[in-house]
Design a binder for this molecule. Structure first.
Ligand code: GLA
Length: 387
């Protein structure tokens, strides 16, 4: 990979070889704990071995020239003095927002940057947190002022919230920064304390299935869900003043205050968050005991709650879910990420993976007319420098 990256970089930005640095940030998959992060709850993501590679060479004119292999017709350039969000910069707004934030803390001299990513874009596997992290990590290191990983994760979340305009939580940025090979991260989003839990899969593998449905309007619906949760919290606080976030509520506590929420839709949103949080806690316990079957059951319950109470699945994710859970040897499956399209994650017995793919493809195509794409995924490390 290193050699190809350098060659590609030199193709677009010919010049000195010695000064080229190479970085990588993964994508992530969330095993369970969806739409809980911005509610101060628990999440359970893992970093993928798929991700974004970035080769970069410093410039000395405070200009940034970016090329991405995923968007070959859309090279982006900007200078440190004009860092505004611009629709025509499309994907380039992510690195631009990162440069803008970095400049508040560190002097950047400019750079030529080449990206190669192998995570499908817009599929709910955090291609945006990945490009954000690799850019922030790489450029800050090149400037001789490396940041702490948590600081980087918060910086990228800030860019996503304030520059791009999606009110995401911290899960993606955190997983992409702190991921560890063959481990999932149990993260408490209210304290940002986390635990690395070994993913011992034995005869099973994790399989990601992409619906190949573009996530149209996903950002506005995401922000809408977030606002509904805030509405729910506000209603609950009229009785239980000390509650800071929905993630603090146990199911019993929720039952005692649920009558405060008049709007049925808001009530269902809150119920999802509270029950999902409980599922993550159980999932961590059963994973530590090596009980993948119960873990898989919790995944299915998570999907059902996201479908019925949180309403972020949609026909494509539901079609995959139904097809996947019908395969003998698939012991757990659910949508992963924000929803509204994107991917599912399943736990599948090693020797039925081919059958799983065949059967799911057939059922899914029949139902939706779309072709799914499968990735048998490996769990890798967080952001790093490669050269
Ligand atoms: C997106 C956001 C995350 C999280 C998930 C849903 O991936 O970026 O912060 O809210 O959706 O769990």
């Amino acid at each position: 990979m290193e050699k190809e990256m350098i060659e590609r970089f030199q193709h677009y930005f010919p010049g000195n070889n010695e000064e080229i640095r190479l970085f990588f940030a993964p994508g992530r998959v969330n095993l369970i704990g969806e739409h809980t992060d911005y509610n101060g709850g628990f999440v359970f993501p893992a970093a993928l071995t798929m991700g974004t590679y970035m080769a970069a060479r410093p410039r000395n004119d405070r200009e940034f020239h970016l090329f991405s292999e995923s968007f070959p017709d859309e090279p982006v350039s900007f200078s440190a003095g004009e860092l505004h969000f611009q629709n025509e910069d499309r994907w380039g707004n992510y690195p631009k927002g990162v440069v803008r934030e970095l400049l508040k803390n560190v002097e950047l001299s400019g750079a030529d940057v080449y990206y190669y990513g192998n995570i499908p874009n817009g599929a709910g596997l955090s291609s945006s947190a990945s490009i954000g992290m690799v850019t922030a990590f790489g450029l800050s290191k090149m400037a001789g002022k490396p940041f702490r990983t948590l600081q980087l994760a918060k910086l990228i979340q800030h860019v996503e919230n304030n520059f791009i305009g999606v009110s995401t939580g911290i899960m993606d940025q955190f997983a992409v920064g702190f991921g560890r090979k063959d481990h999932a991260l149990l993260l408490d989003c209210s304290t940002l304390e986390y635990e690395k839990v070994p993913l011992v899969l034995g005869n099973y593998r994790l399989v990601i299935t992409n619906t190949n449905k573009r996530r149209g309007l996903a950002d506005s619906k995401y922000n809408e869900r977030r606002a509904e949760c805030e509405q729910g919290l506000e209603a609950i606080r009229k009785r239980k003043k000390d509650v800071q976030s929905l993630g603090e509520l146990s199911i019993d506590e929720f039952r005692k205050v649920q009558d405060m929420i008049e709007d049925d839709k808001v009530l269902r949103r809150v119920r999802h968050v509270v029950t999902e949080n409980e599922r993550v806690n159980l999932a961590r316990k059963v994973l530590q005991k090596g009980d993948l079957v119960v873990f898989g059951e919790l995944m299915k319950q998570s999907h059902e709650s996201l479908r019925d109470d949180y309403e972020v699945t949609g026909p494509e994710l539901d079609a995959l879910f139904n097809a996947q859970k019908a395969v003998k040897g698939c012991i757990g499956t659910r949508m992963t990420g924000a929803g509204f399209g994107g991917c599912t994650i399943s736990i599948v017995q090693n020797d039925v993976i081919s059958k799983f793919k065949r059967q799911v493809q057939e059922a899914y195509e029949k139902e939706t007319g779309l072709a799914p794409v499968f990735y048998t995924c490996e769990i890798g490390d967080g952001v790093k420098e490669l050269r």
